[in-house]
Write a protein that binds this ligand. Structure first.
Ligand SMILES: *Cc1c(COP(=O)(O)O)cnc(C)c1O
Length: 394
């Protein structure tokens, strides 16, 4: 199929039923029937492909998987109940006791906890290194390293990792590179094109894009997904529901359009924040003086919708900016059409020990905005309620 990216998002991966519906059908059924005992046997043995039971085969879920795979440029996708269950399924499928993982510092807090607190109990050890320091990744490699895991751009500091360089490093050691593509999505960055082996998603964020459902997915080559990940989904059952798959399918239709709009809004907001007297620092890879601006410009189609900034006055000042907003939603979620605002040090990264948090660069004065699609002037006005008080020393 040689469709352009926008067409792929709208039409890939789906077959109309004999009813000739124009919008994808939802199949809310737990099981499927067989025409005969022989057909049932053939389906169960794998001789014949087809629907069996919605824990691991459902047409609506499959349509979402096929479309996302096409958008990410992968052979196959597997949908899961949440972003975390995508990462757990990945680890259960690819790792065993004694294996070693290298993960970028500053990944989503629960991901960090999954590696450090859960997988460690099964004898999988994880080291955390800076996403931008390729030498640190090379230095952390061990003979038993099986997986390199990263998020780029990072949350909330928008650090950008070099996917190609880390894929080359992983492959030189027969390990796999996994990229959590939650922040850019396929609309802005296709990690598989840069050599990554697997892409993981929290569909909860931009894939839905309107804050309705929790879900996740893995995208990669058919052999890895069919042989290693699918058996985990089938036996452990972290399954996406058909209804949620349908919502995510609708989200994929507007993903490219939304990500362009989010990026445009965020770029403009970052410039505005930078010129604001109460703001001491702005984190956005679209700014020309961002340390990895050139890499982001090469690796991504645009710079995404997340902007973080620091204000002088630490936690009190940051909380004041948040508490003086009247429109922005105070929530740690992101990737919504509505702008959201949060204080990373006491929410998303609140369980990271203070010294580690400081080392990661997440200061008490840091505020993160997931820039939505409201009028830009309304977002600016709302942030200015609190920011202008800081400038006046209030
Ligand atoms: C939210 C998030 C996750 C986890 O996804 P859930 O759908 O909440 O389970 C993983 N990675 C990143 C980058 C996220 O933002």
């Amino acid at each position: 199929m040689s469709w352009g990216d926008d067409t792929t998002g709208l039409r890939a991966g789906w077959e109309r039923t004999p009813e000739q519906e124009h919008s994808e059908a939802i199949f809310p059924t737990s099981s499927f029937t067989f025409r005969s005992a022989a057909e049932a046997a053939a389906r169960f043995s794998g001789e014949e492909s087809g629907n069996i039971y919605s824990r691991f085969t459902n047409p609506t879920v499959r349509a979402f998987e096929n479309r996302l795979a096409a958008m990410e440029g992968g052979e196959r996708a597997i949908a899961t109940a949440s972003g975390m269950s995508a990462i757990l399924s990945l680890c259960m499928g690819l790792l065993r006791t004694g294996d070693h993982v290298i993960c970028s510092l500053g990944v989503f807090g629960t991901t960090s906890s999954l590696f450090a607190n859960q997988l460690s109990r099964f004898g999988v050890h994880t080291d955390f290194v800076s996403p931008t320091d390729v030498d640190a990744w090379a230095g952390a490699m061990r003979p038993e390293t099986q997986m390199l895991f990263l998020e780029t751009p990072s949350n909330p500091l928008t650090e950008v990792a070099d996917i190609r360089a880390l894929a080359d490093l992983a492959h030189a050691h027969d390990a796999r590179l996994v990229v959590d593509n939650c922040f850019c999505t396929s609309a802005l960055q296709r990690p598989l094109d840069w050599g990554a082996d697997i892409v993981s998603h929290s569909a909860t964020k931009y894939l839905d894009g309107q804050g309705r459902c929790v879900g996740g997915a893995l995208v990669g080559d058919a052999d890895t997904l069919d042989r290693h990940i699918f058996p985990v989904l089938r036996t452990a059952g972290p399954t996406m529901s058909p209804f949620n798959a349908w919502v995510f399918l609708k989200g994929l239709e507007t993903l490219n359009l939304r990500m362009r709009a989010h990026s445009e809004q965020a770029a403009a907001l970052a410039e505005w924040l930078r010129s604001h007297p109460a703001v001491t620092r702005v984190f956005y890879s679209g700014l020309a003086d961002h340390p990895q601006h050139a890499l982001a410009a090469r690796q991504q189609k645009a710079f995404g919708g997340i902007v973080s900034f620091e204000v002088a006055g630490g936690r009190a000042a940051a909380w004041s900016v948040i508490d003086h907003t009247r429109m922005l939603s105070i929530t740690a979620n992101l990737g919504d059409t509505r702008s959201t605002i949060t204080h990373p040090a006491t929410t998303t990264h609140g369980r990271v020990p203070a010294d580690q948090r400081e080392a990661m660069g997440i200061q008490e004065g840091l505020v993160r905005v997931s820039v939505g699609l409201e009028d830009l002037t309304d977002i600016q006005t709302d942030l200015d309620h609190g920011l202008s008080r800081i400038r006046q020393g209030g």
